[in-house]
Design a protein around this ligand. Structure first.
Ligand code: NAD
Ligand code: UFG
Length: 344
């Protein structure tokens, strides 16, 4: 049984599909603060399998202990947390509470229940402004906002937990820019309020919910002067988690295979795309133009960021397969069939 915190969210719902399709049993633990139970109904529709859903908050250790015991969990994938960079600057305590305290409570509950395997959602944001590209896992860590620092703190906690007990199996996955949706068009990203991120914003412009996109900055030192990122299809990302679970399961502690006991791995494609590249790919996917205007840089943004994905291939045998065209096509299928997200 795999216990998925935050499993109703954007990335979590996609991992649930891949887990169920691979034959795992799944329990989702989510407080639905940024998601809809409908996402999990659709996950079951896509896979033809049931999953267990428990409404609860990761800061509630007793609720976690009960849920872990009830579900007879073998491993945890921990997505639950808050993720809006701007909001983390105005509400830092809330971010440290949900993200850091939530993870502490989860680790304590896992200890009580003797569960020793965890995959954690970290972010490329822990690297801060890149000092070299592509970004390898040993790049210095220098997050520039409370959200990023909460991820960095959790990573440090996990590394300390591992040092205290090397028989624990931990995989820290640093995501680059997850976009796209499942190709059924039934699940996808459904941001509340005004989207912060590029692809959900473009999707809402494409479907007519918003008038035009602001391109934050056209004076970056990049080929077309707009920001460059490593966009990765959410289904590729989900498959990376399955690979991580498989590798953690096969670690042989008898052989003292300690280098694998706490892995930190980038999940990206290794390819950078500019804002204009994404707009043009989306226009092709939706069949009409996306109105946009140039606007000043967004505070805190960096010019270029893309992963070195070689370690992921070496250690997990995983490589992203899906192109920017597939990301936009699948995002558009989801958005056009569900113009208001999960809201009927
Ligand atoms: P999301 O907001 O869609 O999903 C998070 C889920 O966690 C939601 O269902 C929410 O209701 C739940 N949740 C939040 N706080 C909770 C709590 N205290 N207890 C229980 N449930 C709680 O976000 P996502 O895009 O699916 O991201 C999943 C994880 O991946 C997050 O940890 C995020 O920081 C990380 N991540 C996301 C991105 C991205 O661009 N989407 C990039 C890097 C890392
Ligand atoms: N952008 C626009 N207009 C918009 C939104 C974004 O021009 O309306 C631009 C940004 O300036 C940037 C690019 O599109 O150049 C991507 O921006 P996103 O907000 O989609 O993504 P970021 O790289 O800024 O940040 C995302 C997540 C962070 C995470 C980081 C690395 O929001 O939480 O990826 O994983 F930390």
């Amino acid at each position: 049984m795999i216990f998925v915190t935050g499993g109703a969210g954007y990335i979590g719902s996609h991992i649930c599909v891949e887990l169920l399709n691979a034959g795992y049993d799944v329990t989702v633990f989510d407080n639905f603060s940024n998601s809809s139970p409908e996402a999990l109904v659709r996950v079951q529709q896509i896979t033809g399998r049931n999953l267990q859903v428990i409404r609860g908050d990761c800061r509630d250790r007793d609720a976690l202990i009960t849920a872990l015991q009830q579900s007879q969990t073998n491993a945890v994938i921990h997505f639950a947390g808050l993720k809006a960079v701007g909001e983390s600057v105005s509400k830092p305590l809330n971010y440290y509470d949900h993200n850091v305290v939530g993870t502490l409570r989860l680790l304590e509950a896992m200890q009580v229940c003797h569960i020793r395997t965890i995959v954690f959602s970290s972010s490329a944001t822990v690297y801060g402004d890149p000092v070299h590209l592509p970004i390898t896992e040993d790049h210095p860590l220098s997050p520039t906002n409370p959200y990023g620092r909460s991820k960095w703190m959790i990573e440090e906690i996990l590394r300390d937990v591992y040092r205290s007990d090397p028989s624990i199996r931990i995989c820290i996955l640093r995501y680059f820019n997850p976009v796209g949706a499942h190709d059924s068009g039934l699940i996808g990203e459904d941001p509340q309020g005004i989207p912060n991120n590029l692809v959900p914003f473009i999707a809402q412009v494409a479907v007519g919910r918003r008038e035009r996109l602001n391109i934050w900055g056209n004076d970056y030192p990049t080929p077309d002067r707009t920001g460059v990122r490593d966009y990765i299809h959410v289904v590729d990302l989900a498959i990376g988690h399955l690979q991580a679970l498989a590798v953690l399961k096969n670690i042989d502690h008898e052989r003292n295979d300690q280098s694998f006991g706490c892995m930190t791995v980038n999940l990206g494609t290794g390819q950078g795309h500019s804002v204009l590249d994404v707009i043009h790919a989306y226009e092709k996917a939706c069949g009409h133009s996306i109105p946009y205007q140039m606007a000043p840089r967004r505070s805190g943004d960096i010019a270029v960021c893309y992963a070195d994905p070689q370690f992921a291939y070496k250690i997990l045998g995983w490589k992203a397969q899906l192109s920017l065209e597939a990301m936009c096509r699948d995002s558009w299928r989801w958005q056009s069939r569900n113009p208001n997200g999960y809201q009927k």
